[in-house]
Design a protein around this ligand. Sequence first.
Ligand SMILES: C[S@@+](CC[C@H](N)C(=O)[O-])C[C@H]1O[C@@H](n2cnc3c(N)ncnc32)[C@H](O)[C@@H]1O
Length: 427
Amino acid sequence: MALSPSTALSGREPCRRNGPDSDAACGDRSASCMNNWRARAPLAGWGELRHGLNGRALSADLPSTAGSGRIVPNSVACAARIMATENYEAGSSQHILSYEEPIPVANSADDDPDVDDSAYGDDALSDTTTIPSTIFRHRYLNGRRYHKFREGEYWGPNDEEQNDQLDIAHHMFTILLDNKLYLAPVENPKRVLDLGCGTGIWCTDVADEHPAAEVIGIDLSPIQPQFTAPNCHFEIDDITSPWTYPPNSFDFIHIRTLYGSIGDWPKLYGEIFDHLEPGGWLNQLEISIQFKSDDGTLAPDHILSQWSDIFHEAGERFGKSFRSVLDLKGWIKEAGFEDVHEIWHKLPVNTWSSDPKMKELGRWNYLHCTQGAEGWGLFLLTEVMKWTKEEAMVFIARFRQGLRDRKVHAYFETVTIYGRKPQAKTA
Ligand SMILES: C[S@@+](CC[C@H](N)C(=O)[O-])C[C@H]1O[C@@H](n2cnc3c(N)ncnc32)[C@H](O)[C@@H]1O
């Protein structure tokens, strides 16, 4: 079925001020006006939709987004088109920054309509919630929805607002990794397991890319699409419980952004090791929540620095440290993996860099952080740090404000670690 791209992607209404076909910015800040994004977002190309959000498996010719060439769903794709105004293209011959190089800063540090335009800032994406039939599998706190199974184990909400953030992150990571879904040298996987799969968007893409593979995603929350490729399915389970799969069941196990979610990483790596077949690969991408700058523009008392400090403290109190990101490689080696590689990347928090790829990543990361902030913060600040909801909301608002500051050249890092189970396991 051929759907109109704007209707299919956004479900938004035609612009009442300028008319449905106008490309002029209408200035309507509400999320429902399609010209809000269309006026700012020349479409970058057309492709095939690969993923429907929350069970809505759409099939239509829809615009792809700049950078990765991958297609992301509904509100994420709308956001993509808001953002897709730059010329950065993955795989082009432009200079690729190494991790050691400081991220170059753009000249006009205080003039960026993307960052200052609240049209896609704090409130632009969907904040509507429907009562699901699976209500008893969720619980509600401070107006946000959380997983019910193994209640309290994970700090993030599992509602539409947070799921959109996960899908935005997926798109950002594929740009970061130059359109790759992982860095391990896995060519033709047969049985793939994704731990803490979230919305299942990575599994869906891997299943598409490797139709001969069986892909399984596991999560505490039932937030994956019901209609998937036949080689992809999802299970609701706690990955920290003893695993019931037979040993050597998988040839590729994947983890992405389980930061602050695991109390005992060595135990989990032991399970992963036992359930990979000899020669199988583990690939993990994690985020550090430590905001940094290369040029000292991020002061220790800036709100982004305060954010890092508070959530490092919250992670310790919660018993699932955000600092573990620095130890993962060592624990993976101790579990018995060989050929272990660790690759760090920087992700600017907004468009302050002059480097095209960094600028594109900054554009996505700004959306990622503004979309994610409340969900990242609320549970840990109120339930763990014992702040009032009002105190938490003020802190989150200050954080969002801090993200906009292009004179502060802030970024955080991701690390990708991959390693192989030896062909013959030594006792
Ligand atoms: C930050 S999200 C990342 C989702 C996904 N990996 C991605 O990159 O899009 C973390 C996910 O891990 C899940 N999770 C946390 N602890 C878990 C556990 N013990 N067992 C299974 N899933 C867990 C959460 O429910 C959440 O969906």
